[in-house]
Design a protein around this ligand. Structure first.
Ligand code: ASP
Ligand code: MG
Length: 483
């Protein structure tokens, strides 16, 4: 049994939470020693630190040397204060404080240098942002040792994560990463030491620090799990598991007990929980089971690790799941563009021309539909890209293939997600019926042939009513068990 446990920033924010997190990992490590083969911890930066580091980079870019310095000092001081509260043993505390001082010293020197010249590149920003996790793993590793679990702190790069050099959005080079991670972690796991790996960052071929995009620690956790052949990965965070709807919209929303990787991917794109979009990629094709849970409120002091999670609100994610509908979700702040023109009919290449022009402008299209009469193509883009999109289409096509462009500036995408739709007749009819009963007008409908996601666009002001209608029609607040 191999287990990767990832803690998010909020779940280690403050000495009591950090001790609780270390308690969970230590309990897992105890259970797995010596016969079994290891527990790995992955952690995010302690709550809010990455945002503070973004602020450090901004100040440095403005040549605000004083402000840069005081922001770094505040970060360092917050970690020192935590170290003092978490460790009671004098010698261990002194060691941790000196480790933190050396990390903070490096950060201060770097930030100061950048502030003097007022230049922060994507590369140097990544280096700065990586310090949140660099500080967190020091504290976490010592907290584990204090719980009786020997631990070693490793940055993503030290753990073997090799990425390309696309700073800020680096992609891991999987084949090499797999070897390197196995080599870097193997000896620790064999000897019963817990590797504590900083999420979010890796290193490129030249050893330069890269980051994989905000929220990247989730991705680190599944990457590592795939590389070490883990059986399970636990994502521990204050937000718990996935929900049948946003509880701010639907009062009866409830945790979904079980979803498949692909469903989880759909749900996370639809904002079911703030997760890195690539989190589930490394799991595809594996049998790794994921549990997303929040920490249990009051675990017994010697409770086994699994009892330290709140399983009531947890979601299990695996290769398959019961074929049900899992959630109703909405993505707001989008806009709809409808382009029409008589010459589009039966004219191959029209769609390619339109989408190509938008792609060259870096505009992402979230939904597309064209009806068989071919007289118009409707698409949804983010609202902040609307002006650019319309402008591009006007410049490129208006007067040619396109005769007119209509826009609805405030639309939301509403989606029903779950494998229960696959091969089931009548889901779309029920969904549309339920929505229309609330007098919500549907502007556009799409469903991919995977049948995992039935999505439609509505006016933004209608989105909450549409989500509530779907949630109640499909009885979603019941763990997704009924259809
Ligand atoms: N610390 C990084 C962030 O705040 C990565 C993460 O927490 O997952 O985005
Ligand atoms: Mg996160």
């Amino acid at each position: 049994m191999r287990l990767v446990i990832k803690h998010d920033g909020a779940s280690i924010d403050g000495a009591p939470r950090l001790a609780r997190a270390a308690g969970t990992v230590a309990a897992a490590a105890r259970a797995r020693r010596p016969a079994s083969r290891g527990t790995v911890a992955v952690c995010s930066a302690i709550g809010g630190t990455t945002d503070s580091l973004v602020d450090v980079a901004r100040r440095a870019a403005r040549r605000d040397t004083e402000g840069t310095r005081s922001a770094v000092t505040a970060i360092a001081e917050a970690h020192r204060a935590m170290a003092r509260r978490v460790l009671s043993e004098e010698a261990a505390r002194a060691r941790l404080l000196s480790e933190l001082d050396s990390e903070a010293g490096e950060l201060a020197a770097l930030a100061d240098g950048l502030a003097r010249i007022g230049e922060v590149t994507r590369r140097s920003a990544d280096h700065i942002l990586s310090f949140g996790e660099r500080l967190a793993i020091r504290v976490f590793a010592h907290a584990l040792a204090a719980e009786g679990a020997p631990a070693v702190a490793l940055t993503g790069g030290e753990a073997g994560i090799l990425t390309d050099s696309d700073f800020g959005e680096a992609r891991p080079l999987m084949d090499t990463t797999r070897h390197r991670v196995a080599r870097a972690l193997g000896p620790h796991l064999e000897s019963g030491t817990v590797p504590v790996i900083g999420g979010f960052a890796g290193a490129d071929q030249h050893g330069r620090t890269t980051t994989m995009g905000r929220g990247g620690s989730d991705y680190t956790a599944t990457l590592i799990a795939a590389c070490v052949g883990a059986d399970e990965v636990w994502m521990v965070g204050e937000s718990g598991g996935l929900s049948s709807a946003d509880p701010r919209i639907v009062r009866e929303a409830a945790p979904v007990a079980s979803v498949s990787y692909v469903e989880a991917m759909e749900m996370s794109t639809f904002g079911a929980r703030q997760m890195h979009p690539k989190t589930f990629e490394p799991l595809l094709g594996t049998r790794i089971r994921m549990t997303m849970a929040r920490p249990a409120a009051d675990p017994a002091p010697r409770a086994p690790a699994a009892r330290r999670l709140d399983m009531e609100s947890a979601t299990r994610v695996g290769p398959t799941s019961p074929r049900t509908i899992k959630c109703a979700s909405t993505l707001r702040h989008n806009a709809l563009i409808d382009v029409r023109g008589g010459t589009m009919v039966g004219e191959p290449g029209t769609a390619a021309g339109i989408f190509g022009a938008l792609a060259r402008e870096g505009i992402n299209i979230m939904m597309i539909s064209q009806n068989p009469s071919e007289s118009s193509i409707t698409m949804v883009v983010r609202r902040d890209a609307l002006d650019r999109a319309v402008h591009t289409l006007e410049l490129d096509h208006l007067g040619g293939t396109i005769k007119g462009i209509d826009v609805v500036p405030s639309v939301a995408i509403v989606a029903l997600i779950g494998s229960g739709m696959r091969g089931t007749v009548g889901v779309a009819a029920r969904a549309l019926g339920a929505v229309s009963q609330r007098r919500v007008n549907i502007l556009m409908i799409t469903q991919g042939s995977s049948e995992l996601n039935l999505a439609f666009a509505v006016k933004e002001s209608d989105s909450a009513a549409a989500v509530r209608a779907l949630h109640s029609e499909f009885s979603l607040g019941q763990g997704g068990r009924r259809r």
